[in-house]
Ligand binder design. Structure first.
Ligand code: ZN
Ligand code: ZN
Length: 363
């Protein structure tokens, strides 16, 4: 089966959502997560919007700052109002219906507002907690979505090639981060998240956001960054060396590289996410480093930097063609340093395609 056949096209998203809503036993869905609003409606400022999805219609709710933008971007009619007027407007539509809300995103006070406006009339709505409903639709990317992610990763690869020669002893971590960010902006993207530049002993911090530390000689430097294009993210980590790191650091690096390549080579439709995590973990355990691999192997990437599927030990998810995932084993030794290597990978019909193409050092 081709990716086109398995992936929901943009114009079938509403039908796919409706099928998922029926499985969840709801008549309507109050969408509050920004990425889900963007995915369903095309409206890019989901943090200032809500979406009421029904079987055959949907309404985007946002405020007057976005009247023009909503008209241009939203594939659904927009109702311009601020809360609580939005809830009052929706009340007649949801009367008597079972309305799902997104338990992982809606705040407690927002839920209380829904109760107050939708459950006090003659035909109260029934509010139903849902989890991962739209996120489930987002797991498998359409060709258009893959193209956006690929465009973001291409810019990140170009940025790394441009900045890598400047990652040397004597420059500050945050200067390196600024160079990467400036390059990505110059090329039509923004930074997908706070850039990690963790040098020397700071490499032991898996999320060591770039600091004012001056990079030293004979150190490893972990650089984790991504670009964002039209709402879609990329995510890649490279660990590079300044000068000649000692044999212990080189040993860490080679072990992580082996773990990363082992996991990537096993990516294919049907692979269990938990098995992929274990493959990488087993390599590091064989090198006596298992206990220092302090996080899961990877995650899906799309409208969110971190989304499903989760490539981790406790996951029951199975890879399918059209998913975009990372493999990013790392080891972190307090007082010594750390290494992480991360690739962005498209699951294809017969295996995988590396979207991140930046070279890896051989140490
Ligand atoms: Zn990353
Ligand atoms: Zn990642």
């Amino acid at each position: 089966m081709s990716t086109e056949q398995t992936a929901p096209a943009r114009d079938t998203r509403q039908a796919t959502l409706w099928a998922a809503m029926q499985r969840s036993g709801i008549d309507a869905l109050w969408v509050s997560r920004p990425e889900n609003i963007r995915y369903l409606s095309g409206f890019a400022s989901g943090e200032d919007a809500k979406l009421l999805a029904l079987p055959d219609a949907a309404t985007l709710y946002t405020d007057a700052r976005y009247t023009v933008q909503a008209g241009e971007q939203s594939r659904f009619p927009a109702h311009i109002a601020r809360p609580p007027a939005t809830l009052e407007h929706a009340a007649s539509t949801v009367a008597g219906l079972r309305v799902g809300f997104e338990a992982d995103h809606l705040t407690v006070s927002e839920l209380e507002n829904l109760r107050q406006h939708w459950q006090t009339g003659e035909r109260p709505a029934t509010l139903v907690s849902t989890q991962g409903l739209v996120e489930g639709l987002r797991l498998i990317k359409t060709d258009d979505e893959v193209a956006e992610i690929r465009a973001a990763q291409d810019i990140a690869d170009l940025a790394f090639a441009a900045v890598r020669p400047s990652i040397v002893a004597g420059v500050r971590e945050d200067w390196v981060a600024a160079q990467l960010e400036a390059f990505m902006r110059d090329h039509g993207a923004t930074s997908a998240f706070d850039i990690t530049v963790a040098s020397g002993p700071r490499g032991a911090m898996p999320h060591g956001t770039a600091s004012a530390r001056v990079i030293g000689n004979d150190e490893l430097v972990t650089v984790d960054f991504g670009a964002k294009v039209n709402g879609y993210h990329s995510d890649m980590t490279r660990t590079v060396a300044t000068g000649n790191p000692n044999e212990e650091l080189r040993r860490l690096y080679r072990a992580v590289l082996e773990a990363e390549e082992t996991a990537v080579k096993a990516i294919r439709p049907g692979a269990k996410c938990s098995d992929l995590d274990r493959l990488a973990r087993d390599v590091l355990t064989r090198h006596g480093l298992g206990e220092y691999f302090a996080h899961s192997l990877g995650h899906g990437v799309g409208l969110a930097v971190h989304e499903g599927p989760g490539l981790r030990a406790a996951s029951s998810e199975v890879l399918e063609a059209g998913m975009v995932v990372t493999a990013e084993p790392g080891v972190y030794l307090p007082g010594v340093g750390g290494v992480r290597i991360e690739d962005l990978v498209l699951v294809t019909e017969d295996g995988y395609e590396l979207l991140s193409r930046s070279g890896k050092e051989q140490l």
